[in-house]
Design a protein around this ligand. Structure first.
Ligand code: AMP
Length: 150
């Protein structure tokens, strides 16, 4: 066994999700409130795969303020329920990765919320990029299920 790193890496303000929150990079937004933001995963593991993030900076579950976890989980539940309606889902998988050894690739805390159907396996993590129009349609379907579509 190797010795654990005693100094965890710090939050990088220029990570992709920080840029999305600042509007510097585009995304297919699904939902937003004072503390959280939800948008379509660009490489979905299943149709409707959504990411929920806190607006406050945190790298992952190891440094996040518990209040931000609570806010994120409230939004995760909203999105999961909307996915059941919008995608006729039979179940929901929620995933979250911490640090490179834990499978994390983007270092702003995020929860993966993924609609599931019986017998359909998930596509690979960070696999193929989805078509933009398809993601826009999925975001719209979720907004409709949330009752927030224009
Ligand atoms: P992980 O950090 O392991 O949870 O993986 C990062 C996730 O972010 C993957 O599912 C990617 O498909 C997703 N992702 C990366 N860049 C973007 C982006 N610009 N917009 C939406 N999702 C992204």
């Amino acid at each position: 066994m190797t010795t654990a790193n005693p100094t965890p890496a710090s939050y990088d303000n220029d990570n992709i999700f920080a840029k999305i929150l600042r509007g510097e990079l585009p995304c297919h937004k699904v939902y937003e409130d004072d503390a959280t933001f939800a948008f379509m995963d660009i490489m979905p593991r299943a149709d409707g795969h959504t990411l929920v993030i806190p607006k406050n900076p945190s790298r992952n579950m190891l440094d996040v303020d518990p209040k931000d976890i609570a806010a994120v989980m409230e939004t995760v539940q909203k999105i999961a329920r909307a996915q059941m309606t919008a995608f006729g889902a039979e179940g929901i998988t929620i995933q979250q990765f911490n640090e490179p050894a834990g499978g994390q690739v983007v270092f702003h805390l995020h929860m993966h919320v993924i609609p599931r159907h019986d017998g359909i396996k998930l596509k690979p993590h960070t696999g193929d990029m989805a078509d933009g129009d398809l993601l826009a349609g999925h975001a719209q379907a979720l907004k409709k299920a949330l009752g927030t579509s224009e």
